[in-house]
Every structure is written in C-alpha cells, then in structure tokens.
Design a protein around this ligand. Structure first.
Ligand SMILES: [Zn+2]
Ligand SMILES: [Zn+2]
Ligand SMILES: [Zn+2]
Length: 503
C-alpha cells in the first residue's frame, strides 16, 4: 500500500528558532543522543549536562518506621471487634516506643482473629524487611482496596515498576512533574524492516498478522508474548507522577543505518528513507518519551474498496441534494493509509444518585432518596492524535477489537503509522469526561418534573490500552476550492464525511 503524501504534523513546532552548535557554529545540527546529551552531528560536540529526568532524591532514606505517622484511626471498612482493635492499638504503642518486634507480634495476633484487617496488613508490610512478606501483606490490602495508593506504590517498587525515589515523589502531593519540550530533536532508535535471508523488503501479508519477504520464503516470527496489554490507570499515573519531567518530544532525528542519511521527522512511528528506500520503524527515542502500542488492528479494506466506498457515499441522496446548493463536485482526491494510535479505556464506576422531591423543598424536611449503583464502561476510545480530526475518528470507530494482534514493529512494514501526541493521562481525562456525561444523561433522563436528580460518577478502577487502528485518511478538493476531510475505517469500511472548509 503506498502512501501518497504524509499527513501534516499534529501540532506546530514551537521551537522554530534556529540553533547553532556552540563549538563549530553549524546551523541546526544539534540533537539529543542516546546518552541524553545535546550533541552536534557535524563536529561531535557534546553538552556536559544530560537531559536527566529523574535525578536521585537528595535526602537520605531514613529509618523505615519513621516515615509513617502513627495514627489510631483505621482504614479498614468492615467491623473490627473491640478485642482485635485493642491488640492492634498495642502494636501501635510498640511502634511509638520503637519496639518493632513486639509491634509485629501484635499485628500478627490481630490478623489471627481478623484475617482481612487492612491496617494490620499495612503495618506488617511497612515494618518487614523481607520482600516476600511485604508482597504478601500489601497484596492483601490491594485485594480489598484495589486503589490503595500506598500498597500499590510498595508493590510497584517490589516489582521494579517504580524506583524508591519515584515512589517518594509520587506520594508527595506537592510534586508535579513538568511537561517539557526538549531544545533539540531526540534521536530515534529505529529498526530496519529487512529480510535477514536475502536483504529484500518485508511486507505484511493479506491477513495482516504475518510479515513475509517479497523475494524469498522467509516468514518473520512475531513476538506475541507481549499479550494484548491492559494497563492499570492508577499504576500508570503513579509512574507518571514519580517523574520530574515528562518529555514532550516534537521532532525526532532519524538516522538511516542503511545509507547513513539523517532526517528530522515529526509525529511518525515509521519512515521510508527518501535516499535509499529502506523501511524503518521507531522503537523508542533518546528520552524514552513514548510507550509502545499494545496491539494492532490489521487493514482488511483495500485502497480500491476505499475508493468505491468514498464514491458511493458522495453519490448518496443527501450529498447529491447538497450539490444543488454548493459546488461540491470533487475534482481531486488524495488518500493515505495510516495506523492511528487510539487509547481505549475500561472503567468501573460507582454512580451516586440523589433524588430530591421538589414539592418538599419548603417544608420542614426534604424528601431525599439516595442510591448507589455500579456501572462498567468498555473500550471507550480517545484518539492519540488530532489529525485526522477527532470527530471523524469517533464516527468511524466500530473496530472489532476481538480481532487485534499483539503489537510487533514488523507489522508496520511498508505502512505509515502516526506517533501519539496526546499521552494516556490527557486521554484518560477526556475518557472520564465522556463517560461521566453519558452516565449523567442516562441517570438524569425519565425523571418526573417534581423531582430533581444529582448524579455523581466516582471512578473506582480504570484500565487502558494503546491500539494502532487502520485508517484511510482521504482529502477531497471540491470544484469551489473547498477541502473536505474523509475518514474510512480500514477494518470495517465505515465512512465519515467531514465538513468542507475553505483553505
Ligand atoms: Zn558542531
Ligand atoms: Zn528474503
Ligand atoms: Zn537510507
């Protein structure tokens, strides 16, 4: 499948000022190398400071028990009998006197009579030096309170998903990671899609799930161990908040290993080298600024099918009727097949609803009814890019997500794929907004006029995955000069015609 013209970058680059190498004075030769230092591609100059995003904490780690304040309140939600509570309080008294062994014994005794007692599990996890013991007890807490921040952080540290410093920063409410646009393009770490047998170009077969050589019989094994991915939003947020800087890389420096050419590219995960024709996929960059997709939905609709689908849509009654009033005859069309990064969210939401009888407003006591329901949301999509326009991607989002394949960079061979510019955190906020609006409408509808309803959705748990979905981005030029964006779903053929706009 050929790409006709690259899509425009997703956002204007705001560091257009010219940069010169401080040593050789060459123009625009600086980039961020894999050692995270600003480097000159001509003279090899390296800046002494690295783009370090997570400097180690300056404070020494102090005694484990001291970083917790002893509070006699309990977090446990169920009933705890008086005796168990007394044993637990004895444990806390021991901590105050720095008698940690005795404290541990008290907490274990509390668990003997109440095995789910969250607060006792928490203290054993905090005081123990044994990673297995810590894991066991923090896991007990998570089993009962899936969003318990401290237990989640501790487990992530035990699993190597968070460093001790990152954990401390993510626990600090006053810490806010900065979003920073680096001062030079970041070097892309790329992989050339080439046959290891004969050096021929690789391409994806008709099923979209296998990568084959166009010249010999080579079939590339796909790394399917990644699974389909479903990340916990709370855990990803802790990782994000543990950072000091979140890099917002606008430009990437692509170095072609085949011919040695350098190129600066914006917003793409793939590139065909214009000098030697070799095909490359970006795996990461010098600042590790983006995450890999979890899975990919293959193209099932051909370019010919797409042309037919667009023609039929334009010949529809509605479109012909519009043509009576405006000159919307299409004089030119260009089409690009591209993989678009989409975030998909699953959520468990507790909906709190308060219904007030308006007729009782002015009487002594109001008639108020409160109820609580649990709702689920599945695969709520948020586009990771702004082009093609989000409203068109939303209208064509009928992907069969049961047909996804675990992501492997080889599955992009010969294709164009966009790099997301909206990270999961910003996408999550949009998803929450959309889910909340839907629930408010759903629960606020069919309410008699004498009642007033307040609906507050509380997000209990949220999961996400990043999926590359196949899209044909079509741009139509009309006889009056207007330009009209069209999106065709590359899996199902669903089409959305955009608004014609003057350019
Ligand atoms: Zn230089
Ligand atoms: Zn080959
Ligand atoms: Zn090249």
């Amino acid at each position: 499948m050929s790409s006709i013209k690259p899509l425009p970058p997703d956002k204007p680059n705001d560091n257009n000022k010219e940069t010169r190498c401080p040593r050789c004075n060459s123009l625009d030769t600086l980039f961020i190398d894999e050692d995270k230092r600003t480097t000159c591609s001509i003279c090899g100059y390296k800046d002494k400071d690295a783009h370090e995003d997570n400097p180690p904490a300056s404070e020494n780690t102090f005694a484990r028990a001291q970083k917790y304040t002893v509070s006699y309140g309990i977090e446990h939600l169920g009933e705890i009998d008086t005796w168990t509570r007394a044993v637990y309080h004895t444990g806390l008294d021991h901590i105050r006197r720095e008698e940690y062994d005795e404290a541990m014994r008290s907490f274990y005794r509390a668990l003997e009579s109440e095995r789910d007692f969250i607060d006792a599990h928490l203290w054993i996890g905090r005081l123990s030096d044994d990673p297995d013991v810590k894991r066991e007890h923090f896991s007990e807490v998570i089993a009962q309170m899936p969003n318990h921040q401290e237990a989640m952080r501790e487990l992530m540290v035990l699993n190597g998903q968070l460093s001790a410093d990152e954990s401390a920063r993510s626990a600090d409410a006053s810490h806010d990671p900065q979003q920073v646009r680096p001062d030079a393009p970041a070097k892309a770490q790329t992989e050339q899609q080439i046959c290891p047998n004969c050096g021929g170009a690789l391409h994806v077969d008709l099923t979209g799930t296998q990568v084959v050589c166009g010249f010999c019989s080579y079939v590339k094994p796909i790394d399917s161990d990644r699974g389909y991915g479903l990340d916990n939003v709370s855990m990803a947020l802790l990782q994000q908040r543990g950072k000091t800087i979140v890099w917002d890389v606008g430009e990437h420096l692509w170095h072609c290993d085949n011919c040695g050419a350098d190129q600066i590219i914006t917003g793409a995960m793939t590139n065909i080298c214009p000098f030697c024709g070799s095909s490359h996929v970006m795996k990461t960059d010098a600042l590790e600024s983006f995450q890999q997709p979890d899975s990919i939905v293959p193209f099932l609709i051909s370019e010919d099918d797409t042309r037919k689908i667009v023609r039929e849509a334009l010949n529809s009654r509605v479109e012909r009727f519009k043509g009576l009033f405006v000159k919307n005859k299409v004089v030119a069309a260009r089409m690009q097949a591209t993989f678009v990064p989409m975030w998909y969210f699953d959520a468990v939401i507790e909906v709190h609803r308060t219904t007030t009888n308006k007729n009782t407003y002015y009487r002594g006591h109001q008639q108020v009814h409160r109820d609580k329901l649990t709702e689920m949301a599945h695969n709520v999509p948020v586009a990771g890019v702004d082009s093609p326009p989000r409203y068109l991607l939303q209208r064509t989002d009928n992907y069969d997500l049961d047909a996804v394949t675990p992501y492997d960079s080889a599955l992009l061979s010969g294709y164009h794929a966009q790099l997301y510019t909206r990270n999961f955190e910003r996408a999550m906020m949009l998803a929450r907004k959309r889910i909340s609006q839907t629930l408010r409408t759903q629960y606020g509808a069919d309410i008699p006029s004498d009642k007033e309803v307040r609906v507050s959705p509380m997000f209990q748990q949220m999961f996400f995955r990043l999926i590359l979905v196949p899209v044909y981005a079509v741009t139509l030029t009309e006889s009056d000069g207007d330009v009209r964006p069209v999106v065709v779903n590359g899996q199902t053929g669903a089409i959305a015609l955009g608004r014609a706009e003057k350019v």
